[in-house]
Design a protein around this ligand. Structure first.
Ligand SMILES: [Zn+2]
Ligand SMILES: [Zn+2]
Length: 811
């Protein structure tokens, strides 16, 4: 959710001037000197080292805005309100989407960062509220912060009788009843809709009966398992509205994505028209692909401290082959800040963001003492006051550089930056463009740099720019038919009102089977009038999947809450003994209490970093589909995966040397999910020249690279998927490589890999073969999260294995 504030800027102004008084989202750039031109800046950056790290420069041209007249149906009162905010006329795409929605069609507007998507839904929704004094609007945002921003924007229009209000977990009880009865523009999030509004639908009957529009903002964030849950929450909303006789129009706003109409249709269950032609103006971007240099093969230089200092994504027990992307990004950030260029660096892990900020600060202070104060780290887990302070500093120019995770949740419009550094491919082209879209303000030229990590996908991309610049952005993947989502959602629906056969079509494929299973399990009872929930308590269903509740990090001496870590990462980051970084300050974890969701830490600066390890076991439950290709078999099916974080290594920060490995006593996690796997006959391996003793290393290396390349074809993150390889698996009785979805019931990734297996494995094979290393490195066959310490691995045999698969598999 790297761009939750992106559509907050109403950019529908032929003139670039913005009224600072009435603007909902001030740009950060007032009066700031933009520094050198992007092309000159890039030339200076690349001239720094010995070789040229830039593998490609793409020039993304500027775009001229296309304004449109106000639609005839837009009341003058509303036009005047927007004019007061500086919006003289809408852009073409805003007017088109608004009119489609006003005419009663479901519509998704999927355009770039800062293209002013909010006007597209504000216009029809507010026009309807002004025309019909009884009508209501429900607005959904993925985060409370975005809902609060939207509240400011709508309230700032000062329209009589609209009475906009946020309704979320923070809303005081005393205000809730007033909101239910009197607000006509309620802003909330899917979790509150699921946990609060739908279960309490009788209290909301007046609001739902008159519901004219449902606005779903930043809807591309509803993907994977979370997206599948939200899809059913929306179906439950539609069901309740229908009971009260309302059929609201859905208006969705999305970042640029592939096939948005289909994704929006899957999310809402309704036919949706897409508006994708972005008519807002933007400046040109110079986009560079940057590969950190290889360190000399017999380098005696120690591994870089930046990486050893804590990016747990990084495999630092290996000989460092390339300079770390974190170190490179920190240097680039220091260089751009020194040039007075306002720069945002996106770093994938929270630890990484802290490390980049710390190193950039240090480098700047070495040059000019005190200059380091103009760089800070930012991530989602910070407390509200800390976030506000960083935002304020950036707004006023006290800060010039910010290293952030993708979970950027700033309450200010951060579009007006001069440069964006992207440390590591963010997983999808859609995210890449979202992040790059932060650069460039008021039509000015900007610089974007993708710094490749030592990773097969990143390495592949910086050498295949056509895979970035010549390919369309990915579609948002979600699967409402996932039985692990469908069954609990049907249980929630049954509590809200008994399910009837007429509901089956609403909930889609698999609904009947899921209901039958709920009946069999004793959760539902079938009566002539429908299926009834049998229990006293409501089912407990978490929309965010198995990640679990966030774990609080508390300093034991003071009781101070330092921040939070999501449940899924807590075993890795907060195990007893873990070194945890917060704003560059180092803490050591004393205790992780999983029952209370709390980790106790104390401030300490040891000279080692910690790196957690896990072990995995897998068994095949059923085969859904397979391809018999002679000596090769390709399969899709259900598997059971058991994994456990079992130990951690302590490594010397200065040298990367492993001090020791310590055992951990954390519970196992069980996962039934979907996997894709391939098998090879031992004979085919022998004839391809793979010695028997090398089979485990060959499969293991192929597995690592295949996981690394999967995000190229499925909209997932390397960390969303897992793998396992073995020279003889008891269930397949053959040498086998498994790749599985890391979410219960699957999230559609393995399925996509199965559907595009030859393209996926071809890219995998090429990535390994084209890597300049001799025996394997993190850019090809080594994995940062290998439970076996990247042993054994055989790079040349991995190519042979994949050749056998590709020769036999039908394209
Ligand atoms: Zn390599
Ligand atoms: Zn491994």
């Amino acid at each position: 959710m790297q761009d939750v504030t992106s559509n907050d800027s109403i950019s529908a102004r032929p003139t670039p001037r913005r009224d600072p008084e009435s603007s909902a989202a001030p740009t950060v750039s007032a009066g700031h000197d933009p520094g050198p031109a992007p092309v000159d800046l890039l030339r200076r950056l690349r001239a720094r080292g010995a070789g040229d790290p830039v593998t490609h420069v793409e020039r993304v041209p500027a775009r001229v805005g296309v304004p449109a007249p106000w639609p005839a149906w837009a009341p003058s009162e509303l036009r005047a309100a927007f004019a007061r905010r500086g919006v003289v006329a809408p852009w073409q795409h805003q007017a088109e989407a608004a009119t489609l929605a006003y005419d009663g069609g479901h519509v998704i507007v999927a355009t770039g960062t800062a293209s002013g998507k909010s006007l597209a839904y504000q216009l029809p929704a507010l026009a309807t509220l002004l025309a019909d004094p009884r009508a209501t609007v429900l607005y959904l945002a993925p985060t409370k912060a975005l809902a609060a921003d939207q509240l400011r924007a709508v309230a700032g229009l000062d329209l009589e009788g609209v009475r906009p209000a946020c309704y979320d977990g923070d809303t005081p009880r005393a205000e809730r009843e007033w909101i239910r009865r009197h607000s006509r523009f309620v802003l909330t999030n899917p979790d509150m809709l699921h946990h609060g509004i739908l279960p309490g639908h009788s209290q909301w009957s007046g609001f739902l009966r008159r519901l004219a529009y449902v606005v779903i903002d930043e809807c591309h964030t509803y993907r994977g398992v979370f997206g599948s849950h939200v899809a059913h929450v929306l179906r439950r909303l539609r069901r309740q509205c229908a009971r009260f006789g309302a059929t609201p129009v859905f208006v969705l706003a999305s970042a640029t994505s592939g096939d948005p109409a289909t994704a929006a249709g899957r999310l809402t269950g309704l036919p949706v028209t897409a508006v994708t032609e972005d008519a807002s103006p933007r400046g040109g971007v110079t986009f560079a692909l940057w590969e950190p240099p290889l360190l000399p093969p017999d380098s005696t230089s120690p591994p870089v401290p930046a990486q050893a200092a804590g990016d747990h994504d990084a495999a630092t027990d290996l000989v460092q082959v390339r300079r770390s992307a974190l170190r490179e990004t920190a240097d680039l950030l220091a260089d751009t800040v020194a040039e007075g260029v306002r720069t945002l660096a996106f770093v994938r892990s929270r630890k990484g963001a802290e490390v980049v900020a710390t190193n950039a600060r240090r480098a700047l202070d070495d040059a000019v003492p005190g200059l380091g104060d103009r760089v800070a780290a930012y991530r989602g887990g910070y407390l509200r006051e800390e976030r506000r302070e960083l935002e304020r500093a950036l707004l006023h120019g006290d800060l010039l550089g910010l290293a952030s995770t993708n979970a950027l949740e700033l309450g200010v419009d951060l579009v007006g930056l001069d440069a964006v550094l992207i440390c590591g491919y963010p997983g999808t082209r859609a995210s890449l463009w979202q992040q790059a879209g932060r650069a460039g303000r008021s039509g000015q030229e900007a610089l974007a740099v993708l710094v490749a990590r030592d990773d097969p996908l990143d390495t592949y991309l910086v050498h295949h720019p056509e895979a970035i610049f010549g390919a369309p952005v990915e579609a948002t993947v979600l699967d409402p038919a996932n039985p692990y989502v469908l069954a609990p959602q049907l249980a929630c629906a049954a509590v809200e009102a008994p399910l009837t056969p007429a509901d089956l079509a609403l909930f889609g494929d698999g609904a009947k089977e899921a209901i039958d299973q709920l009946v069999e399990a004793g959760a539902l009872r079938q009566r002539p009038t429908g299926w009834y929930w049998r229990h006293r308590e409501r089912p407990e269903v978490d929309l965010r999947g198995e990640g679990g509740a966030p774990v609080c990090v508390v300093e034991s001496a003071t009781g101070r809450l330092l921040g939070t870590v999501d449940g899924g990462s807590s075993h890795f980051l907060l195990h007893p003994g873990a070194v945890y970084l917060h704003q560059g300050v180092s803490y050591v974890v004393d205790d992780l209490d999983l029952a209370d969701g709390c980790a106790l830490v104390h401030a300490e600066e040891p000279d080692w970093s910690t790196h957690a390890r896990d072990v995995t076991d897998l068994s095949v439950v059923s085969v859904r589909s397979y391809v018999d290709a002679g000596p090769v078999g390709m399969f899709l099916g259900e598997v059971d995966v058991t994994s456990q974080v079992v130990s951690y290594q302590r490594r010397r920060i200065a040298t990367g040397e492993v001090i020791d490995t310590r055992p951990l006593d954390l519970p196992t996690r069980e996962l039934r999910t979907v996997a894709v796997w391939f098998t090879l006959s031992p004979r085919s391996l022998t004839s391809a020249g793979v010695q028997q003793a090398d089979v485990p290393g060959a499969l293991h290396a192929a597995e690592h690279a295949a996981i690394g390349l999967l995000p190229l074809i499925a909209t997932c993150d390397r960390w969303d998927i897992g793998g396992l390889s073995t020279a003889l698996h008891p269930d397949t009785e053959a040498p086998t490589v498994f790749v599985y979805d890391g979410h219960p019931g699957g999230a559609g990734f393995a399925e996509r890999a199965y559907g595009t297996a030859s393209a996926w494995l071809r890219a995998t094979r090429d990535a390994i073969a084209e890597c300049g290393c001799e025996t394997g490195c993190p850019s090809c066959v080594q994995s940062p999260k290998c439970g076996n310490g990247n042993n054994p691995l055989s790079k040349p045999d991995a190519i042979r294995v994949l050749d056998v698969v590709l020769e036999n598999l039908p394209a």
